[in-house]
Design a protein around this ligand. Structure first.
Ligand code: UDP
Ligand code: MN
Length: 621
């Protein structure tokens, strides 16, 4: 028999081990979640600790559950005020899940072959409303085969246990500006608002978040404005992942047998839809009160408008619904990172739609007519990412507009990492998708993108003709126009530079040679643009820097024989040059000019001592 003391020590030891394992399951990356063996060890440990009779210290599911509900109740009380206590009932009426009827999952088809641009002159045809088969509501959704003890973050990168514990139709606080609440549907809206098809795409979405997303659409939208809810199951591992929403009113599920990524999946949904408006949503959202009419109103005013709701935050750890700051719009950096920024106010009311240079991309409404007419999405983009840049540039440059609508709010679970694989690699996919966007839409400004995201230079972008032809056919404006008129706040690096790109003389270009420290520069045949040996930036400070996309920091200097060589950039005199009016590149310290007269060597001689042609240099950008 163990003594009391050693038993206490053993318990303490087992507890520490147990807690360490729990900590790891919650805080490590999704790739490193516990093996089955670890999990059964953990179970065994817990059982033994329990046998030792120290229940209080255990992370007991019952207690945790009650605490969680209390926290949620408090959150609800906070958001509704004391006089709305009836909301608490949500947590008491636990219904048992009813199995939905047999799944009607439609076969896969090749989206690419189904891609068509419909006749933009076609009139909107009102849809006959679908009949409404209905299944009993499911109050609490459990994951199939989920184990309470397993890492709640492992599959979805959010705390799925927290989601499962919430009622599938929980109330969310009305986060709108109070002025929005004064406008009532239908009386304060145009009588002929167009109706919409909701399109969700999902890959391995948790059942509880998926169900709650659909439920919130059906419960918080005027029924006459929703024709259909189409879900595209993008080859989730479990073919029945979407079965939980089968049979819900207006719901149709299409399944891809092969992973298409969210871009092609959305297009598949759009092609299956017949409503005048398409509304794309992520599969872990909750629509807020009256979210839909203000979006549709935007499109009613202008069929080329794209309307995005204000995106609230559903906390990924505890699923609290949090109102996000109003007055934000979408912007981006040159490396094509989306970012939120404060919109310039321009004296408008706080509830007026906010023009946005960019949409976050997950949630928006667009007319089917404009979606089809303006080229849907780029079907050669894979998995996730970049498509919001493409649709934003295209919409603005080709005659449309984009706004964030303050009176429409939808909550979204933001997470830190993608829970799914990127066939071909995460970075590579993003490089490819953004590089396709840059190649088709950004004109000469794409240089700034490649400069800021050098890895994209090497992306295999694939064929671009279809998209460049689309741009021509739609007679779209230039990227310069977009910058000037839609996003004048974005600072353009080129404005602070003497010149950049290749430094040319006819078909000959200044080449970085070996591209290493002290390497001699050469005059070589020009390579295709964006090669890593012939891209330069001649900066206002007088340095000429190599843009090789490998993170080096080499500038042009002269060695003792007046050969041009690569040195680590500084602004010391030997590294400084002037680009003269007659297009010479003159070394400030010695007054010598770069010349190709000894090509392939690139050397400096007294200016004017060789022929003008040998001293004249042009930048491609
Ligand atoms: N998605 C998809 N196929 C994919 C990747 C994502 O259908 O290959 C879905 C995903 O389930 C979600 C939406 O696309 O409904 C957006 O993805 P995610 O939420 O991961 O993007 P984020 O919101 O983090 O930008
Ligand atoms: Mn999402």
């Amino acid at each position: 028999m163990l003594t009391r003391r050693s038993r206490a020590l053993l318990i303490a030891f087992l507890m520490a081990w147990c807690l360490a394992l729990l900590y790891l399951t919650h805080h490590t990356s999704p790739e490193s979640h516990l093996s089955d063996q670890d999990l059964s060890d953990l179970e065994e440990l817990k059982r033994r600790v329990q046998l030792e009779g120290d229940d209080d210290l255990l992370l007991n599911d019952q207690v945790a559950q009650e605490e969680f509900r209390d926290a949620q109740l408090n959150a609800l009380r906070d958001s509704y005020g004391e006089n709305e206590e009836e909301e608490q009932h949500d947590f008491e009426n636990i219904e048992h899940p009813t199995p939905p009827p047999d799944a009607k999952i439609v076969d896969n088809f090749d989206v690419k072959h189904n891609f068509k641009v419909v006749d933009p002159r076609a009139e909107w045809v009102p849809l006959p409303r679908p009949s409404q088969p209905s299944v009993p509501r499911i109050k609490f959704v459990e994951e199939v085969g989920s184990r309470k003890s397993s890492d709640p973050y492992a599959k979805n990168n959010f705390n799925v246990h927290a989601s499962n514990k919430l009622p599938s139709d929980r109330k969310v606080p009305d986060t709108r500006n109070p002025m929005c609440r004064k406008r009532k549907y239908p009386e304060d809206y145009p009588p002929d608002l167009p109706s919409t098809t909701i399109i969700f795409t999902f890959h391995n979405e948790a059942r509880s978040t998926l169900y709650r997303s659909v439920r919130s659409v059906l419960d918080r939208s005027p029924p006459e404005l929703i024709d259909e809810v189409i879900l595209i199951d993008d080859a989730s591992d479990d073919p029945e992942q979407g079965k939980i929403v089968e049979g819900m009113e207006k719901v149709r599920i299409l399944r891809n047998h092969e992973r298409e990524g969210l871009i092609r999946s959305r297009v598949r949904g759009a092609n299956a839809a017949q409503s005048p408006v398409l509304t794309f949503l992520d599969s872990h959202i909750e629509c807020n009160t009256d979210w839909l009419p203000p979006l549709l109103e935007q499109l009613h005013k202008n069929y080329r408008a794209v309307a995005s709701p204000t995106i609230d935050v559903i906390n990924m750890d505890n699923f609290r619904y949090l109102g996000s700051t109003s007055g934000l719009r979408g912007g981006f950096t040159w490396s094509m990172q989306f970012q939120w920024e404060t919109a310039p106010l321009k004296g408008k009311s706080a509830i007026d739609p906010i023009p946005t240079p960019m949409i976050a991309g997950g949630l928006f409404s667009i007319t089917k007519r404009w979606f089809d007419e303006s080229g849907q999405y780029d079907l050669d983009m894979d998995v996730w990412g970049g498509e919001n840049f493409e649709i934003s540039f295209r919409t603005w440059m080709c005659g449309g507009r984009m706004d964030i609508v303050p009176c429409s709010r939808v909550g979204h679970v933001f997470r830190k990492q993608h829970p799914y694989s990127f066939p071909g690699g995460n970075g590579r996919t993003y490089d490819k998708n953004t590089a396709r966007t840059a190649e088709v839409w950004m004109d000469e400004y794409k240089q700034h993108f490649y400069h800021a995201r050098p890895s994209a230079k090497f992306a295999a972008v694939g064929p671009l003709e279809e998209r460049t032809e689309l741009r021509k056919r739609l007679n779209c404006k230039s990227f310069g126009w977009y910058l000037e008129n839609v996003y004048p706040e974005l600072s353009v690096p080129g404005r602070d530079m003497v010149g950049f790109g290749q430094i040319k003389q006819g078909m000959q270009c200044i080449d970085a040679g070996a591209g290493t420290l002290n390497a001699k520069l050469a005059v070589q045949h020009c390579l295709p643009q964006d090669s890593d040996k012939q891209e330069w930036i001649f900066r206002n400070d007088g340095t000429i820097k190599l843009q090789d996309g490998h993170g080096t920091n080499f500038c042009v200097a002269l060695d003792k024989d007046n050969h041009a060589v690569l040195h680590t950039c500084t602004t010391d005199p030997p590294m400084l040059w002037t680009y003269t009016e007659s297009k010479q590149i003159r070394h400030r310290e010695t007054g010598l000019c770069l010349t190709s007269s000894k090509k392939p060597q690139l050397r400096a001689f007294p200016c004017g001592s060789t022929s003008n042609e040998n001293e004249r240099w042009a930048f491609t950008k």
